[in-house]
Design a protein around this ligand. Structure first.
Ligand code: XIL
Length: 328
């Protein structure tokens, strides 16, 4: 392990991550990317991978049944190609952000199965060869480790998950296929459920290649001290892991103690990633407080990302950068 070189001060996260085996990524807000040049410059400078924050979700790509809107996602792919970045596709089967034509009609189970199949073949097919990793199934478990009650589980039963992976793999055999969820960063019934599911799917030959830990944390709940132990057991199963949506919120107003606790949290997750063999990427869910989803969803909370609203780096940024540099 090398010490931090003195010349490292003038390089960003991308440069810091190079050679560690873990890519650094961010979710991208397509309106900000189009309208805010400093934002776009930072996406290109700081990150190896990009994830569309919304524009690949079913409600966005097929707002009217049979009429696709690939434009915004295609723009992200173009941006990524220009900047030598890999794309994480997000997401194919979910209970949320589905089009109303899908959720409000009374489709039969057979119709829903055909619609899901078509959705996956059409979307994965459209982006074939241009997506590094897909979050195939998102948030399928409840906190207690039982399967979440969704239109998919109700109509199709638990086999919808294996089907989704098989279809995605047929549509693009070169993409890495992930399960993805929140509150699975620590050991507990929910992450146990994923461990059991992945083990069983792999035993059946279902093409599941990775487990995504979203990493939406709040410092007021404490940090997940056993995250390394948790990631390690998935690593030992032979699947890749990734932190896919890291942000660490706090009750507002922020102060220097909270911001320091947040930096420790970003570092804790990144260290867990760097200490296992196959943690392939670490993605933040937006890199600047200027566009973070947090205040809109958790009204008293905010300041969840590594850059402030002026796009200035916070202590979390320095911790990420130094943690990468120490891993080389
Ligand atoms: C969020 C986006 O950030 C918001 O802009 C949108 O309004 C709702 O969805 N888990 C996920 C992400 O997998 O897709 C969610 O993204 C955040 C929680």
């Amino acid at each position: 392990m090398a010490s931090v070189p003195a010349s490292a001060g003038d390089t960003g996260l991308r440069a810091a991550a190079r050679g560690t085996g873990t890519k650094i990524g961010t979710a991208v807000d397509m309106s900000a990317l189009a309208a805010d040049a400093p934002y776009a410059a930072a996406v290109a400078r700081e990150f190896d991978t990009v994830t569309p924050e919304n524009v690949m979700k079913w409600a966005e790509v097929e707002p009217t049944q049979g009429t696709y809107n690939w434009g915004p996602a295609d723009d992200l792919i173009k941006f990524a190609r220009k900047n030598g970045q890999a794309v994480r596709g997000h997401t194919l089967v979910w209970h949320s952000q589905n089009p109303s034509w899908l959720t409000e009609a009374n489709f039969t189970p057979a119709q829903l199965k055909a619609l899901l199949r078509k959705h996956i073949f059409d979307e994965v097919g459209h982006f074939k060869g241009r997506i590094w990793a897909w979050d195939v199934a998102n948030e399928v478990f409840n906190e207690d480790g039982t399967l979440r009650d969704t239109i998919w589980l109700r109509a199709l039963g638990p086999s919808y998950i294996a089907d989704a992976f098989r279809w995605a793999h047929q549509a693009d055999p070169s993409a890495l296929l992930f399960l993805n969820d929140y509150n699975v960063d620590w050991l507990g019934p929910k992450s146990d459920a994923y461990y059991a599911l992945i083990k069983s799917l792999r035993a059946q030959g279902v093409p599941v290649h990775g487990f995504g830990l979203q990493g939406h944390l709040g410092i007021q709940y404490g940090l997940p001290g056993n995250v390394l132990e948790n990631v390690r057991r998935f690593d030992a199963l032979g699947v890749k892991t990734a932190f896919t949506e890291v942000d660490i919120r706090m009750i507002m107003p922020a102060d220097s103690t909270k911001v320091q606790a947040q930096a420790e949290g970003f570092g804790l997750l990144l260290r867990a990633c760097l200490l296992v063999r196959n943690c392939v990427s670490y993605t933040v869910w937006g890199f600047t407080d200027k566009y973070s989803w947090v205040p809109g969803v958790f009204p008293t909370e905010g300041s969840a990302t590594p850059f402030d609203e002026q796009l200035q780096p916070k202590p979390a940024y320095d911790t990420l950068r130094e943690t990468f540099l120490l891993a080389k």
